[in-house]
Each structure stands twice: as C-alpha cells, then as structure tokens.
Design a protein around this ligand. Sequence first.
Ligand code: NAP
Length: 527
Amino acid sequence: MITGKNYIGSQLSGKGSKTYKTFNPQLNIENEHLFSEATPEEINEAVILASDAFKIFSKISGSKKSNFLNAIADEILALDDSLIQVYCSESGLPEGRAKGERGRTVFQLRSFAKLVFEGSWVEASIDTAQPDRTPIPKPDVRKMLVPLGPVVVFGASNFPLAYSTAGGDTAAAFAAGCPVIVKSHPMHAGTGELVASAILKAAEKTGMPNGIFSNLNSSGIEVGVQLVQHPGVKAVGFTGSIKGGRALFDLASNREEPIPVFAEMGSINPVILLPEALKQRTQSLAKTYAGSITLGSGQFCTNPGLLLGIKGETLTEFIQLLSDEIIKIEPSCMLHPNIYGAYEHNKSNAISQSGLSVVADFDSDVRSNYGRQAVTTVDGNAFLTNTTFHQEVFGPYSMVVQCEDKHQLETIISQLEGQLTGTVIAENDDAISHTNVIEALKTRVGRIIFNGVPTGVEVCPSMVHGGPYPASSDSRFTAVGTNSIKRWVRPFGYQDWPDNLLPDELKNENPLGISRLINNTKTHDKI
Ligand code: NAP
C-alpha cells in the first residue's frame, strides 16, 4: 500500500510523485515496500480536517479521551508480530528492544488515559466573587488548561515506536485534546503506517471525529516545512538533531502567528567522576559505563558522551579499565547507513583534533552499519579551547576529560551547552566537598542523577526529560512522563460566567469530582 496520509473513513493513497523505500541496515539492503510522499494538497487537507476535528475533540470528555487512548494501546498490541518484524527490518534493532519499546509505548498511552480519566490535570482554579468588597467589588474568576489546537509531531529516528507515530508526543497531545498530524520519519515509514492504522481503528471504534489524526509520509524536509508554516497548525513536537530542531523552531518563530516548537535535541550528558567514589569503585564503574556508552549502539539522547574527572592515578586506571571493558563488547547495528555514516564522520572529526588521545577504538572488521565503539581522552585545557569536543557524536562514543583540579572541573561544567542530564558519581563526602561543581552542573542540565547512568528514562509524572538549550528548545517542559501534556495546552480564564455555561471542570457542583484550587485552598469540594 502506498500511503501519503490516513484519515478516519478515507484512507487515501499518497499522490506525491516522490517515492522512497526504507532500508534494512542488518541486511544492508532496501526494503521492498514503496512509500509516496504527501503532496501540498494532501498536507493542506490534513490540516483543514484536523482544524475541524479540533472543534469537537477539544470539548470531548476525559472518559472518552481515555477510551480512545486505551484503544490505541490495544490496537498496537493487536498488530502483534507484524509490527515487531517491520520495526526490526527498518531499524536494525533487535526483537527484544522492539518489544520493550512497544511496552513503553503502550504504557505511555495508558498512563495518559488514566490521567485524563481522573481529570484533575486541567488545574482548575476558582476565585469566587466578593460583590461587597470595597472600594471595588471582586469578580468571580475561574481558569483551567485548554488544548492549543492541531499539533504536528515529527517522529524520532531512534525510537520508531515510543517517540514516533503513537509515541509520547502524540499520546500527550491527544490527552490534551489536540488532533495530531504526524510527519512520519522516513527511516521507519512502514512501522509508522502500521501504528497509524492502529490509531485510526481506535478512533473509529471509540467514535472520535474525522481528521483527528493523519500520518504524512515524506523523505525530505519539504512536508515538514509546509506543515510548520501552515496557519492551521498550533504547535510542534520534535525529537532529533540540533540542526533540524533549530530550523523548525526558526520557521515557527518567523510565521505571521508564531507557534511553540517543543524540540528535544542533542546532548552529551556529562558524568562527573568524583575522586573518592572513583577510587573505591574503579573497576565496577568502568564496566557499568562501558555498557552504558554502547547500549543501543549509543543511539540514545541520554548516552554518556562526556566523562569528567580530576587528573591522577585513579583516573588513569579508570580510563584503562574502561578501554579494556568496552573493547570486549560486540558492536551492534546502527539505525540506518546515514546515521552510521554520520557517526563515523563525527568520530573521525573528533579524533583528528589536536590534544586528543584515543584510548579504545574497536578496529576489527564488523558487518555493514555496525557502530564501532571508541573512547578518547583530552586534558581540561584542550577541552576548554576547542568547542568541537563539546559536540555530540551520536553513537557508541565517549570522551574522558582529565581536569587539573576541581576548579577547572567547575569551569568546564559551567561552559557546557545545555544538557538533558548530568550524573554525579560520588561518595557522600565527595558530594559535600564538591558543592560548587554540583551547583554548576545543576545550571546546565534538566535532570541530575546520583551514582547511576543517564541511559534509561523512566516514564512517570516526576520525570524531567528536557533541559537548557540546545538539549531542548524550552527547558520549562518535559518530553517524557505525563507532565509533558503541559506543552499542548494554555490557561483559559472565565470571568463572571453563568454556572450552567461553564465547562464541568469549573462548575460549582464539581460534577467531575476533580481536585481544584478554590479561593487558594486545594479541595475536591463543591462550592
Ligand atoms: P534529524 O535529521 O533531525 O531529522 C528528524 C526529522 O526532522 C526528520 O523527519 C527530518 O525530515 C526532519 N527535519 C530535519 N531537518 C529539517 C528541516 N530543516 N526542516 C524540516 N524538517 C526537518 O534527525 P534524524 O534523522 O533522526 O538523525 C540525524 C541525526 O540527528 C543523527 O545522526 C543524530 O546526530 C541526531 N539525533 C539525535 C537524537 C538525540 O536524541 N540527541 C535523536 C535522533 C537523532 P527528513 O528526514 O524527511 O528530511
């Protein structure tokens, strides 16, 4: 099937003349299926349908949205092995990872279903009138969160399920009451179409409005550009490169009506190895970090690309042990020849910089598209003077910086670009004697981890997956966890509005039984 987009009740074939195929990086061959890029007319139609759907969907009850989200999860599971096979053939990732990611996707959908079923997420707030107040009577003022409108989601290459078609951004936007148009990632268009078909089935079964979801194929930037510029689109979600995210952010800012772009982009996730902890756990830390750097062939936004320690015997020993451990690990397949090519290019570029030494470089022959891990090291002065060392090398690569002392460590941290995570490897006394280092790290990251690894992002309400630019385009929001719903809403206020004309969330009787802030007190009570 050649599909440009999918609408409820009218699955149209893509009409674009530009066709493309996905690629199987394990077999190093193109997959058979031919995809056709969406045309400008189809893009326009998808946005118009989404705008119409918004009029209905934005007012739909939490329990109906919850049914829809749970039905998407059910339909994804019903795709069973066919989804897993296509996922593996388009990503080179193993079956276990495919199943794990499907589990995460389903969990995210069900978490948002629970959130909107309960309903308090709208943050209803009511300040009742005081008509007798002098000198000016106080009006009745109420507010709650309402959806923004049609949202465009750019699927991520490194999470074909959990951060793509029905991934975190889409689930959060649906939960908020926003129709979604997915700009499918060309590397896994087939996975995207299967998941899109599951969303459409779920929408039909649960009576959602036509146009609530479209999946647009493309293998170039044109479809995404047209979508972001379309006046009917009200917000954008993106996961990928800094270059791509920044381009979309600039496009959205230059529109006549600027719209928010929530882009989750590059990060090297600094890990601070404090002296006492490093001394006590040299061997185990080396083994743990060899595993974390190579996990998923290093293709995680939380991959630890930068390890920082203070020069000395223990750090030298750690570097040697890390090198010994990482070389033992068998390389694995990367997502696509382009990602593999970018990895090799960026790794070579880093290695060619003066002042850098290579401590581990897997140089045995490997199959095509397999990412060969490398670890390098530089001293603190070299790192400070060459910003190439600060850039992400997306893949199984990490660099150890040997700082002169804790003051240089603090200086380096404060000069880093914004990061998703920072990790502190420390004994309790280490942490106390390096407060300035830790405080500097807090200003550069969205989440700080104590004695762990940055890879592995829990999906839960308290998760912060975002950070100062360029880790994300807006550090006030998370891209993971139910709190990510906040990206797709705005506060809306009612003043002196008759009770029967208010939405249920703000009515005196509190018919939904949600938690509300009434005259500055949190309560489930009615007024
Ligand atoms: P990407 O190049 O940023 O592309 C992501 C999506 O954005 C694609 O659908 C792409 O469309 C679209 N896009 C990119 N630039 C655009 C522009 N100027 N205007 C409109 N749309 C644009 O990321 P990728 O394809 O996933 O991987 C490329 C590199 O990104 C990787 O090698 C890695 O360095 C980085 N990356 C980082 C992370 C992370 O979490 N830090 C995750 C994934 C990738 P088309 O593909 O159709 O052109």
